[in-house]
Ligand binder design. Structure first.
Ligand code: PEP
Length: 262
């Protein structure tokens, strides 16, 4: 993975057609000389709605969820190959809403991850602790277990297509963001975990995104940390002007020293 900065919008089950049109109107042109990536994960039903506009702006499109099967009798699921056919290049996997509401296990998440990578998608693998787990001092053990189980058995040639998003559950959609120091501490831990599981050269290139109430007002403080390579953003990615401000912060950060090299 070429390491630059990433702003990834997770639209969740939001954005009607009119909202999407307004989003692009407000977003404007992001320019071509970018050293950061701007990606969007709309509702699956709107993947192709967005595609032309996103392509024109060099924004990659992906899905919020994916199947652990590529075809067949799996009503309601999204096939990795069909996502690629539709113009998608990445998928989120293991988002805390999938883990908690839809009871996705680490094993299921691992199967989705392996299949998605094998089919050619980039995987944004989400992990993070609940408030109760943090208060019990379990943040590292929870994140370590999610990574060990969710990212196990990935062949070495596919590891470069993995991005890890640290999303503390207590910060998602709550307005309570982790402080840059709290996020950096866990990112550093994730990097050491990846070094232990894979190898140091690669683990230093894996982009680590922070997610949890990121907004234009706090993004700069997060991106300045050496192990925070971008943001996975829900609420503040819905409006074109906000997404633009997040992208502008990534653009500014990408021009400063200290970014990872691919
Ligand atoms: C998310 O859903 O991945 C997320 C981080 O949401 P929010 O930015 O709204 O907290």
């Amino acid at each position: 993975m070429t390491a630059r900065f990433y702003i990834v919008g997770n639209w969740k089950m939001n954005q009607k057609l009119e909202d999407i049109n307004n989003f692009f109107k407000d977003l404007g042109d992001l320019g071509n000389e970018r050293q950061y990536e701007a990606w969007l994960a709309p509702q699956a039903i709107h993947l192709t709605t967005l595609l032309e506009k996103a392509n024109a702006l060099n924004i990659q499109i992906g899905s919020q969820n994916i199947s652990d099967n590529d075809s067949g009798a799996h009503t309601g699921e999204i096939s990795p190959s069909s996502l690629i056919d539709a113009g998608g290049s990445f998928t989120l996997i293991g988002h805390s809403e999938r883990r908690s509401i839809y009871k996705e296990s680490n094993d299921f998440i691992n199967r989705k991850t392996l299949l998605s990578l094998e089919k050619g998608l980039t995987v944004i693998f989400c992990c993070g602790e609940t408030l109760e787990e943090r208060e019990k001092g379990m943040t590292e053990s929870v994140v370590a277990y999610q990574i060990e189980e969710g990212l196990k058995d990935i062949p070495s040639n596919l590891r470069e297509k993995v991005i890890v998003a640290y999303e503390p559950v207590w910060a998602i959609g709550t307005g309570k963001t982790a402080s840059p120091e709290q996020a950096e501490e866990v990112h550093l831990f994730i990097r050491s975990k990846l070094t232990e599981l894979w190898d140091g050269t690669l683990s230093h290139k894996v982009p680590l995104l922070y997610g949890g109430s990121v907004k234009p007002a706090n993004v700069e403080g997060l991106l300045i940390k050496p192990n925070i390579d971008g943001a996975l953003v829900g609420g503040a990615s819905l409006k074109g002007a906000d997404f633009r401000a997040l992208c502008d912060a990534a653009d500014k950060r990408s021009k400063l020293p200290g970014q990872l090299q691919g």
